[in-house]
Ligand binder design. Structure first.
Ligand SMILES: [Zn+2]
Length: 171
């Protein structure tokens, strides 16, 4: 079936055997497909190389650019640089032989359109670290009320013991 948006799609039968290259640009609107996106926006160049033969397509995605995230510590948005590659194999055969160790997905031999946007979205989402805090946080760029909270010194131990001692006098 032809995807509604063919920006990130190509027609498989039109690709001859050999290697083909596609270049995509991912911008803010790309990440707005879910209600509370993990990635708020960004600008990423995606270079996709597709090596096709009768049995399979080997896809190598190369991502470079920035993802806009919100900092888990101060809640400010920041840009995270990314530059990485991902390899995935789509097999036209149900049980591909000799590819057990790779990420292999089955694809119907009759499928015409391949929409790379799902792969691109998934790989970019997986690139987001568990803890989203840039190296320079906290800094004067953080909101002042949060900065005050983050840099407030803890109550010194001596003061704590004073509190304990004053409680003790009530016994
Ligand atoms: Zn921060």
């Amino acid at each position: 079936m032809k995807p509604k948006n063919t920006t990130y799609a190509f027609e498989i039968p039109k690709l001859g055997r050999g290697t083909h290259r596609f270049d995509f640009l991912v911008e803010d609107d790309f990440f707005q497909r879910v209600e509370e996106p993990l990635v708020l926006g960004g600008r990423v160049q995606v270079a996709l190389s597709v090596e096709k033969n009768a049995r399979l397509m080997v896809m190598i995605y190369r991502f470079s650019g920035v993802l806009r995230l919100d900092c888990d510590r101060c809640l400010q948005t920041f840009d995270m640089k990314i530059d990485f590659s991902k390899r995935v194999v789509y097999s036209f055969e149900a049980y591909p032989i000799g590819l057990e160790e790779e990420d292999v997905y089955e694809i119907s031999p009759g499928q015409v359109w391949f929409d790379a946007s799902t792969d691109i979205y998934d790989f970019l989402s997986l690139a987001v670290p568990m803890r989203k805090v840039p190296d320079d946080c906290p800094s004067e760029k953080c909101p002042s009320e949060i900065l005050r909270y983050l840099t407030e010194p803890e109550i010194p131990k001596s003061e704590l013991s004073e509190i304990w001692n004053s409680d003790a006098t009530f016994n």
